[in-house]
Design a protein around this ligand. Structure first.
Ligand SMILES: C[S@@+](CC[C@H](N)C(=O)[O-])C[C@H]1O[C@@H](n2cnc3c(N)ncnc32)[C@H](O)[C@@H]1O
Length: 379
């Protein structure tokens, strides 16, 4: 296996470049990567239109949308409802006239005070009263619309501006509340819809299909040998718990849904860890791993076996991942996942190191360096 530095792709492992791209920017996802990383991988693997790309952790659809631009069929899975929703809305085709009519209709409605119902203390603290009224008022109107495509499009615009008008701030793995002056939601919503409609004409999409599914990467409902390639980025060890960080969006717009995320940030019962440790210890040396790492690598073991099952012989995988940072040191996820991939039947060909960061204890004391890497595997 070759380990090589590739710092020129460092920024492409972040969502930042997408903020300037039409459609890609409709839902900011700190955990996402850049469209151009997907383009680079498509070029590297020599993929051609008509072939199928799988993203088992599709987030807000960066891989899928990039594939639509390049004429590649794609299928993506995710368990975070706002992400699945954003992926779906971003990869659709639109009738701009229908959208404009729907938007005019919604924006012309006169305000009526909504019922605040049983909102959580977090939701009540995350908005001022006027904004919360507006969020729920527009949400209720949009939810009643018959045409699903327009309804989802407008709902994504509303989710986007609701978060901009809130006091909530995602600080890594937690939501913090910072009160500050916020713009009127109705005005921002009108502007957001306008620029999303203009974005549609700015992005040329092929007729290739993007199939977005709410589902678990560890058990994908796909036949064997479906994908020509996998381009993906799983949750990073000890980084964020998606269900917690997106709990506000989930409560206000997606309540009642939910699947188990890959465990990047939970403690589990010691008896379960011991059981799981037995399975994993056939694959990697588990003696130095803490419970959280064991749980994570067990989940990733299941996922990688699934990736192998659904990939065609000779198919390539590109997996962007960061190492785990703990107070007592760094866990080299890139190397461990490559070992797990080999055990599952892949040939782990490359680790391209995109960036390096210090891992610190109490935010100051350096305990080691973490890498963010792109792993290249062949079935
Ligand atoms: C690093 S992000 C991927 C971001 C994506 N590359 C993008 O650009 O939007 C990892 C994703 O894995 C999802 N995830 C976590 N557990 C999952 C599971 N069991 N099955 C499928 N997706 C999962 C999270 O919700 C998150 O969206």
């Amino acid at each position: 296996m070759i380990v090589r530095e590739k710092p020129e792709w460092g920024e492409l492992a972040t969502f930042k470049p997408n903020k300037k791209l039409p459609v890609y920017r409709w839902f900011y996802y700190k955990e996402g990567y850049a469209r151009d990383l997907v383009f680079e991988v498509i070029r590297k693997f020599g993929l051609n239109s008509g072939q199928t790309v799988l993203d088992p952790f599709c987030g807000v659809g960066t891989t899928l949308l990039a594939c639509r631009e390049k004429g590649l069929e794609s299928v993506g899975f995710d368990v975070n409802p706002p992400a699945v929703f954003a992926s779906t809305v971003k990869t659709r085709d639109y009738d701009v006239r229908a959208l404009k009519n729907a938007a005019d209709d919604v924006l012309a409605r006169r305000f009526e005070s909504p019922d605040l119902g049983n909102l959580s203390p977090l939701a009540k603290r995350a908005f001022n009263r006027h904004t919360l009224d507006d969020v729920l008022f527009f949400r209720n109107i949009i939810m009643q619309m018959d045409d699903r495509t327009s309804r989802d499009f407008l709902m994504l615009a509303l989710i986007n501006v609701s978060m901009k008008c809130s006091y909530a701030w995602k600080d890594g793995a937690v939501i913090k509340i910072r009160r500050h002056p916020v713009p009127p939601l109705r005005k921002l919503l009108k502007r957001q819809i306008g620029y999303m409609i203009r974005d549609i004409a700015r992005l040329r999409l092929s007729g290739a299909d993007a199939d977005v599914r709410f589902g678990d990467a560890r058990k994908m409902n796909l036949p064997d040998s479906t994908a020509d390639a996998v381009i993906t980025s799983p949750p990073y060890l000890n980084k964020i718990e998606y269900s917690k960080v997106y709990s506000l969006e989930n409560e206000l717009f997606f309540s009642g849904l939910g699947l188990a995320p890959v465990r990047s940030h939970i403690g589990i019962r010691p008896e379960d860890v011991r059981k799981e440790d037995d399975r994993l210890s056939d694959v990697i040396d588990t003696s130095d791993l803490n419970e959280q790492s064991l749980a994570y690598f067990n989940d990733m073991h299941d996922t990688i076996k699934e990736m192998h099952r659904v990939t065609k012989d000779g198919g390539m995988s590109a997996v962007v991942v960061g190492n785990g940072c703990f107070p007592n040191g760094v866990v080299d996820s890139d190397m461990i996942l490559s070992r797990i991939a080999e055990h599952a039947g892949f040939e782990a060909q490359e680790v391209l190191v995109l960036s390096k960061r210090w891992c610190t204890r109490n935010r100051v004391e350096k305990v080691g360096q973490t890498r963010e890497s792109l792993l290249v595997w062949k079935k």
